[in-house]
Structures are given as C-alpha cells and as structure tokens.
Design a protein around this ligand. Structure first.
Ligand code: ASP
Ligand code: MG
Length: 411
C-alpha cells in the first residue's frame, strides 16, 4: 500500500474555493494509486477566534476545556472537506484525534504525542481510499482532548507519516517553500531545493513561519522526508531531509534573523565557582530560554556576564535576578531591547573554515557593529543593533552569494 500524507494549512482550507483547489491535489495523488491521509488545519483565523472566546469567558480558562473548544476548528474543516470528497464519489471519512487515536500526554495546549495506533490507521486505510484527519489535536490517557501548540498540524502530519511509514509527507502552505532568507527583507532570497533537518531547525526563528519546529524534530527523529510546497501552484517546493554530501558542498544555506531578543548584562559579577549556576538556574526554573552567553575576562575578581533572552521575558528576567542581587553579588543589571540576532546557517561549515571571518568582514564593510558572537558547528550568530537588521541580512545574503545556487569548488 502506497501511502501519502498531505497536510494543508489554514489559508489553504479557508473557504469553499480554496478547498476545491486542495481537493484537486488530493484527487491527483489518489488517482496515482496512493492511499491518502489528508491532515487539515482550522480555517485561517478560526483558532485565534476561538482562543479569544475563551479569554472573553474567563480570565483563567481551564486548559482542558480550552483544548476541547479550540480543537473544533479542525473538526469543522475536516468534516466539510470530507463532504466535498464524498460528492465526488470518493470513499472517505473524517477522523478526529481521539478516533485515530493520536495519544498525547496531558500538557493541554502544548501536548506531546506519545503514541499513534498504526494498526487502526492501516485498517481504516484498507477500508477507505482517503482519510481526512484533524491536525493539531490528540487525546490523553483519560480520553480528554488535547492540542499540540500553535502550528501543531505540521507535527500531526509528520507523526502520522512516521506511524504509517508513508512515502512522503507533503506540507502544503501559502508559500512556495523555504527560502535562503526572508523574501520580505531581501529581494534576492531564493527557494531552497533541499535542506537538512539540522539547518531547518537552526532556521527556527524564520522557518517557524513555514513549519512548526517540533515537526522538524519529529521528522529528524523518525527520518520522515518532508516536502514543503504551495497549495496554489504545481511547482516543487523544499525537501527537508537527512543531510547528504551535496548539502555539505554548499557552504551556507541561509541567513536567519530574530528581532525578538533582548540583551542583559550583569555588571561586576563576582568571579567564583558557582556564579553562573546561581544566575541561570533561577531563569531556567522560570522556563526562560537563555540563548547567547558571554562572560568577559575577569579583573580584580569581577567579571561582566552578558546574555540574551526573548524580549517577552525581559521583565521577568530582571525581576528574578534583581531579587537575587545580594546573593549573586553583582553591581548592576543593564538591559538593551534594541538588538537582533543574525545567523548564518549551513551544514557545509562542518568541513570548511572561513565563514565567520567572511561574515565579520561583510558586516564591518557596512559599518555594522557586532555586540555579541556565538557559534555552533553549523551556525554563526551575531547580535547587532536591531535597526541594522535588514541591511545585515542583505549584506550577508550577498556576501555568501545566496542568490545563486552555489557549491564550493572542491578542486
Ligand atoms: N489551527 C492551529 C493553529 O492555528 C494548528 C495549525 O494550524 O497548525 O495554530
Ligand atoms: Mg502553519
């Protein structure tokens, strides 16, 4: 049995006309002899509308009831789409999370999939030609409805593809694929044909607009090939897959940015064992994601400690640390909200040097000051003044010739 998973996002199912277009894609795959699992999101805007209702009804809406309610968005689009297919004489049915079932933990609003009943799915696929399955939802061990976090239908699709060992997991969306950088910032941005899971994960802040990050982690873990492509054209999109040699021969794959960061500095921290733990453990307890960390060389037993946190967590970070000022022993805390993070990403960096220096030179030529630097095996990140974000993105895109599909000269 050839099984294909096709997931369509909110804009693709937003009205009858769009659903008819979606149906053409699904029918084509069916005619090619595949059993199709169609995974749908709620119609665009619907999830927000429902969540706003919960907030109107209660300041502290019960998380389980929120999930029970917000999951109806997907229920509606699936039932409507199944009606369309049935009118074409297709033997199909809608399947909700608890009917599959897609088992999750009980973390309402951000549940994780723990198990999918493959046997039941395969039985249903024997009986029906097409299953129209609700994305974003599952059920916990008490059969309470759960949801997987915003954008969670992507993860549903990848998980289902892994469960039935599908040939491919196609994620249809309103953009043609994953780009070398944000096309709204840089006219030269180019669609990437193939990207490695790790690169896609590093593109997080940008790529997240295309795929839920968790779906990429899932795809990597279960080795599911994901094809991100447009609902509204027949063009091939971007294949997200395992790293291979051709990918490694590309030095840099993309430039990502994140304007949602803030820089915090603790001035004159005592430089003694345990200080970092004293600073970062309380932040970790509050689930604040600390990213870049730089500790300056110490002078007279004191050092400055600088790091970044998401902008939304700045107040809590400051409050938490100032409450511990005496214990940690720092002189003062300063914060800077006008920063952005620019990252140069590529698995080719594993085997090639010189990326960082080329990036620094390109930024220097534009007089852009670098506030902090961090690197990993496949990424170089610079923190800069956020007013230069666009200039930096364009400059780096150009410096690495990302407008053309370039490979490293191996000679
Ligand atoms: N409908 C959900 C959301 O808007 C899930 C999804 O679309 O992936 O976040
Ligand atoms: Mg989405």
């Amino acid at each position: 049995m050839n099984i294909v998973v096709q997931k369509f996002g909110g804009t693709s199912v937003r009205n009858l006309e769009c659903q008819r277009q979606v149906m053409q894609k699904v029918l084509r795959s069916h005619r090619e002899g595949n059993k199709v699992i169609v995974v749908l999101s709620a119609m665009s805007g619907e999830t927000n509308r429902l969540l706003a209702l919960a907030d109107e009804w209660s300041d502290t809406p019960d998380a389980a009831e929120v999930d029970s309610m917000v999951s109806t968005g997907e229920q509606v689009s699936c039932a409507l789409f199944a009606m369309l297919l049935k009118k074409q004489g297709i033997h199909c049915r809608s399947v909700l999370g608890f009917q599959a079932p897609i088992r999750t933990d009980s973390a309402f609003g951000k549940a994780r999939i723990t198990d999918i009943n493959t046997r039941h799915l395969l039985e249903m696929l024997e009986e029906y030609d097409i299953l129209v399955m609700a994305g974003f939802q599952g059920a916990d061990e008490n059969n309470r409805i759960t949801t997987l976090g915003r954008g969670g239908s992507d993860t549903s699709a990848v998980a289902l593809a892994a469960a039935v060992d599908a040939d491919v997991c196609e994620i249809y969306t309103d953009v043609p694929g994953v780009f070398t950088t944000d096309p709204n910032m840089c006219d030269d941005a180019r669609k990437i044909e193939r990207i490695a899971y790790d690169e896609m994960l590093e593109m997080a802040s940008m790529g997240a607009k295309v795929l839920q990050i968790r779906s990429v982690e899932f795809a990597k873990k279960y080795n599911v090939t994901v094809h991100v492509r447009s609902t509204f054209s027949d063009e091939l999109g971007t294949i997200v897959t395992q790293e291979d040699e051709t990918m490694e021969s590309v030095l840099v794959s993309g430039i990502a940015y994140d304007k949602d960061q803030a820089q915090i500095t603790l001035v004159h921290v005592q430089d003694k064992p345990g200080v970092s733990a004293q600073i970062f453990s309380p932040l970790a307890e509050k689930k604040i994601l600390v990213d870049m960390i730089v500790q300056n060389p110490s002078k007279d037993g004191k050092t400055d400690m600088t790091f970044t946190v998401p902008r939304a967590d700045v107040e809590q970070t400051i409050k938490t640390l100032e409450a511990l000022q005496y214990e940690i022993g720092f002189e003062k805390l300063t914060s800077n909200l006008n920063v952005s993070k620019i990252s140069i990403i590529g698995v080719g960096m594993r085997n090639h040097s010189g990326v960082a220096s080329l990036a620094f030179q390109a930024l220097a030529d534009e007089n852009i000051n670098i506030l902090m630097i961090s690197t990993s095996e496949i990424k170089v990140t610079c923190l800069i003044d956020d007013k230069y974000t666009e200039l930096a993105v364009r400059t780096l895109h150009k410096a690495f010739h990302l407008e053309e599909a370039e490979t490293i000269d191996q000679s």
